[in-house]
Design a binder for this molecule. Structure first.
Ligand code: ZN
Length: 309
């Protein structure tokens, strides 16, 4: 089996991406791995690039890796594009006549994602939110083979988050089967999560028969907590109704009870303007990190246990 081939998809305005491809020469699934959909999330880039240089013996199918999906944002160390302010994870499926971010989404959609069996999109939580180590997938009936569920469950994250709905504009939005990952503690690059992401992708590849199980790490030592709820950080969180400073009273991953205080919005005199309480028993899965809030800002989300097998 020949090794990796690397090609450049070049787009106007110096945009584009490197596409790394390992073809087993045998029938099987085509799995795509993305790093750097958001430019300030480095662990996924490092894990994806490690994968694209790994000596893997592929038993079936095709593995494709784009280590830095959004180069303009990555080399600018920003979540969004310095060219047009666009958030690539809100720009899919894109449009060739659009601004640079939309054009990039269109190229990724048509030239890499179209026809792929599974996407693994490696995010970390970025600067705005704290999020547990999780693998999320969409469960709206389109993933007939259940590849997203299987992939999310074997990845080795602390939480597996099932979403009944499909948020618009994401890399996943037009995929029948896809997972995304998140990890907490945005800040300096966390080498431990680079390892966890790399190991997680190998577990998925073994689960789906692309590599031998002996080539993948053992399952994670403790099984993931399965959770379910809407996961659209643009609209599914509890919003602020006042302007002030948000003071959380819980941490990400924390188990909380219905009615438990999750945080307060205060003014600069310390007066409590509003309290946010958990609507149900569950786990804190998204928590705003930045203190300043205004009405409508998404602050916190509590997901409930997913009891579906
Ligand atoms: Zn992200």
């Amino acid at each position: 089996m020949p090794g990796w081939t690397r090609s450049r998809v070049a787009l106007p305005e110096n945009q584009g991406f490197d596409r790394c491809r390992l073809d087993s020469g045998r029938p099987g699934l085509r799995v795509v791995v993305f790093g750097g959909t958001h430019g300030d999330e480095t662990e996924g880039v490092l894990a994806a690039n490690r994968l694209a240089n790994a000596e893997l013996t592929l038993l079936s199918g095709i593995l494709e890796v784009v280590p830095i999906v959004h180069e303009a944002a990555y080399y600018n160390d920003t979540r969004t594009s310095p060219l047009d302010g666009g958030n690539l994870a809100r720009a899919f499926p894109g449009d060739p006549e659009d601004r640079p971010t939309g054009r990039l989404a269109h190229a990724l959609h048509t030239r890499v994602l179209a026809g792929a069996d599974l996407l693994i999109d490696l995010h970390t939580s970025g600067q705005t939110y704290d999020i547990p180590f999780l693998a999320g997938y969409i469960d709206d009936g389109r993933d007939k083979k259940g590849l997203g569920k299987r992939a999310a469950r074997v990845f080795g994250a602390d939480f597996v988050w099932r979403h009944a709905d499909r948020a618009p504009g994401r890399t996943l939005s037009d995929m029948d089967a896809a997972i995304y990952t998140e990890a907490p503690l945005p800040g300096p690059t966390d080498a431990a999560f680079v390892d966890k992401y790399y190991d997680g992708v190998l577990r998925v590849l073994a689960e789906l028969g692309l590599i031998d199980r002996s080539a993948a790490p053992k399952p994670a030592p403790r099984p993931a907590q399965r959770i379910v709820s809407g996961g659209d950080v643009d609209k599914d969180l509890q919003p602020a109704t006042t302007t002030g400073l948000f003071i959380p009273t819980v941490r990400h991953s924390e188990k909380v009870a219905r009615g438990q205080l999750l945080g307060r919005v205060i003014d600069i005199a310390g007066k409590v303007l509003e309290e946010l309480r958990s609507p149900h028993d569950g786990w804190v899965v998204v928590l705003k990190r930045r203190p300043h809030v205004k009405p409508g800002d998404q602050l916190v989300s509590v997901a409930v246990a997913d009891n579906r097998t």
